[in-house]
Design a protein around this ligand. Structure first.
Ligand code: SAM
Length: 339
């Protein structure tokens, strides 16, 4: 099933909670937040029903995210419910890693296939300044456990000028012996990134130039079939890394991702202002066929190219001003929508 620009519905990002145990300055820099009402948060059975609908329409990859997905009580049970679904070829999770040491065994046993761990710095003082919590040791322990349990995994790093852009080589070196593919993410002006400014973005071009200075020739991997957000590259010693350049070189034309919030709002673009309410109809008793129609109509009308439209703006600032819109509608936040 394709949208108006011929893009198939394939990747579903499932935000299982809007709560987080870190306060990363590029995502949740404010002192307080408006949270989703607890009674609105979907139960696991409801999530499972909606995932079935998506699977029947072409989705084959699901990524659990948040907020911090491991804060959702008994996240492993949800993994277990989803992992056995026919048609699901990939079940992954993006986590900040803080709770991994305690939960990795349960989620691996439950059937989680792949892990991405967010790590923006290797320095303890910086981690504290960037996230407001002194949890680097827990994350490093989580990374050790990920290597032990999964063999390989991904590390996602948001690169911010003047904050951690002097650590890109250190992070690659950190990843090498741990079989972790590091992916550098350009700082995005998504909802929630209220401190964003163009000057703080380190572009893909600049990241490549800096790595070339240190390592020499960098070869892009040719993966024409890939719709993954990261473009991948190889260093002369064969080390692979990725860059997600949503800010300076968006990839809207191949975007097959959509996002379901913990309270069942479905967003067709990270920058979309409006979503499609699936919780309401689900709780009102809509059957699978009715939900399928809702989702199919939504996707077939999709024209979103949010990141490209942001790039085309002359005077680019934070997407949503916190004072008004974010306070009124937490769905605009990256931590609600799921990164
Ligand atoms: N709590 C989990 C974590 O930290 O990985 C999952 C949720 S987090 C919102 C998912 C991803 O969004 C993380 O990799 C994070 O780095 C990314 N992210 C959040 N705000 C961002 C921004 N302003 N620009 C780029 N990436 C961002």
């Amino acid at each position: 099933m394709n949208d108006q620009l011929g893009r198939p519905l394939r990747n579903l990002r499932l935000s299982v909670t809007d709560r987080c145990n870190l306060r990363c300055e590029y995502c949740m820099p404010e002192d307080d937040y408006v949270w989703l009402p607890r009674e609105d948060v979907l139960h696991f059975e409801e999530i499972s029903t909606l995932v079935d609908v998506f699977l029947s329409l072409g989705v084959d990859k699901v990524r659990l995210t948040g907020g911090e997905p491991l804060l959702r009580r008994d996240a492993a049970s949800l993994v277990r419910m989803l992992a056995v679904k026919p048609g699901l070829t990939d079940l992954a999770m993006t986590t900040n890693g803080v709770l991994l040491p305690d939960q990795i065994e349960a989620i691996k046993t439950a059937g989680l296939r792949r892990l991405t761990i967010s790590l923006d710095t290797l320095r303890r003082d910086r981690f504290l300044a960037l996230t407001r919590f002194d949890q680097l040791d827990a994350v490093l322990e989580g990374i050790e456990a990920a290597e032990r349990m999964y063999g390989s995994f991904k590390i996602d790093t948001v690169v911010i000028r003047g904050v951690n852009d002097d650590e890109i080589v250190d992070l690659i070196e950190f990843g090498k012996p741990r079989h972790a593919e590091v992916r550098f993410i350009e700082y995005m002006d998504v909802g929630g990134a209220t401190r964003w400014s163009p000057a703080r973005v380190v572009s893909r071009q600049e990241i490549l130039e800096r790595l070339a200075q240190r390592y020499g020739r960098i070869e892009p991997l040719l993966e024409p079939e890939s719709t993954a957000p990261a473009d991948r590259y190889a260093l002369p010693d064969g080390t692979i890394f990725g860059i997600i350049s949503s800010t300076t070189e968006p990839f809207c034309r191949t975007c097959d991702r959509s996002r379901l919030t913990a309270d069942g709002m479905w967003y067709l673009c990270l920058y979309a202002v409006r979503g499609i309410d699936l919780r309401g109809p689900l709780r009102a008793g809509a059957d699978a066929a009715a939900l399928r129609t809702l989702v199919a109509n939504g996707w077939q009308s999709r024209t979103d190219r949010g990141a490209e439209q942001r790039l085309a703006l002359g005077d680019r600032r934070a997407f949503v001003p916190v004072q008004d819109l974010l306070r009124k509608d937490p769905h605009l936040e990256m931590h609600t929508r799921g990164g």
